[in-house]
Write a protein that binds this ligand. Sequence first.
Ligand code: FES
Ligand code: FES
Length: 179
Amino acid sequence: MVKLTINDEVVSLDADPNMPLLYAIRDIAQLTGTKFGCGLGLCGACTVHLDGQPIRSCVTTLAAAQGKTITTIEGLENDGELHPVQAAWIDHKVPQCGYCQSGQMMSAAALIAKNPSPSDEQIETAMQGNICRCGTYPRIRKAIKQAAKMSVASTPVSAQSATTSSIITELGNKREVSS
Ligand code: FES
Ligand code: FES
């Protein structure tokens, strides 16, 4: 039994401790927003936070998360209020196919938590392990800059506006298709 916290919920998983954390998140915890891409730690699609640090869950064992706190894309919002990264992603219509985007957003959220005013170079360095086959990199960079500003200003972001809700639905449908 491996005990850990996922998105503020303490869970005990009866699973092989050597299984990739990604499998536990997707197949046991049923949180399918985190994606399987390469399975080799090379693409970033599986990025989640472990005690606040971005990690590749495909090459991290479940055992390594014992007693730790995991945050997935589903846990990024706070009581219905979007994380600034999520709001900026919507504003800039970042996703194309969407497959890489939860990993992109988790890396971006970790970056601005550590560095509230990242330069282009710092964004490039922090995001270089997250691959997007659709080439959404320019929009990702703009969205990170906006999210960083929003974070600093602590601007409340409501998930309830009609525009935002419709885009969230659209993104959710894409996730559904690609999960
Ligand atoms: S699926 Fe984990 S880095 Fe590609
Ligand atoms: S949006 Fe398609 S792979 Fe990134």
